[in-house]
Design a protein around this ligand. Sequence first.
Ligand code: CP3
Length: 352
Amino acid sequence: METETEPSRAKPFLRVLAGEAVWPPPVWLMRQAGRYLPEYRATRTKAGNFISLCTTPDLAAEVTLQPIRRYGMDAAILFSDILMVPWALGQGLRFAEGEGPLLDPIRSPEGIAALNLDGVLAKAAPIFETVRLTRAGLDEHHPKTALIGFAGSPFTVACYMVEGRGSKDFAATRGMAFSDPTSFGRLIRILQDATTEYLVAQVEAGAEALMLFDTWAGLLPPSQFRRWVIEPSAAIARVVRKRCPTTPIIGFPRLAGPMLPDYAARAAVDGVAMDTSMDPRWAAQAVPATMPLQGNLDPLALVAGGAALEAEARSILAAMRGRPFIFNLGHGIIPPTPPEHVAQLMRIIRSA
Ligand code: CP3
């Protein structure tokens, strides 16, 4: 029996990424492990700071599994952060309370040359250990839940590396891409190589699917979108696919808008995640019916709960019915989200 010889094939999340229109659709939520959960806040306090939490495998595995224990999502996502790749490359990183991430900005050829590509796998070793522990925990207690590994896409990670912090327009980064494409291209190339190795190592440690987060992709005009979003993502996906042929990759080109079909056709990913601004009815027509889509409930609807949550979730479900689809948010859960609204959402999806 296929389900006995190939247990992963029984996981609904992986069946969808193999092209099957499973219904009701599998569900997981971006930032499902996070500050809205009291048990997360307790473990986070124990770790001291966010980077220690990401690099202490038993604590990181614990927070990865917390939402699965509560709600039984179809996928768990490794608890880490996209900025752990610059950290593993040797860039100074800290998470300041109430300020988000702060990095020592890199804006010169010397700064780029100082990045240590050869040290990435050794420095990120605790993260791969987290993957191993989490997978063991899922295999033992949640055999239908798949484990997702992830990384930021080169462009979005470069945004933080160049800017040194969050920004609404990442003007220094976009400026560098235009005024010094040679240096910017060198940085993107280092990130492409680091990310490829980092993702393959997650698969070797037990990740069953991968996601590439490109949060700031939508800041770019089309020519730059093709050069700095589609091309590097495709280069990563092609090498990862060669080395890990059975591991599907989901791409999340946030705010791509009308560039979504181009991304779906050329980024070499197996599935595409939609952000909150995407009309799922438009995406259903614009992206081939065989391509799995994921998304895209507004996290604020989850904060609201009740009838607003139900109406919004049902309209996404109606637009996606009949195609391979994974229910998710269009961006991460935010801290004020009442945990019982996540339970309400799970009931809505399970009864679709
Ligand atoms: O549950 C999951 O989704 C897995 C873990 C995960 C985190 N960050 C944990 C986290 C994932 C997949 C990410 C991705 C990430 N990190 C992205 C891409 C997706 C997106 O949200 O757009 C980006 C841009 C980052 C960078 C980042 N990390 C920022 C801007 C911040 C500060 C904002 C905030 O919410 O505090 C972080 C910190 C961070 N990453 C937290 C978590 C749970 C909060 C840290 C804390 O607990 O204090």
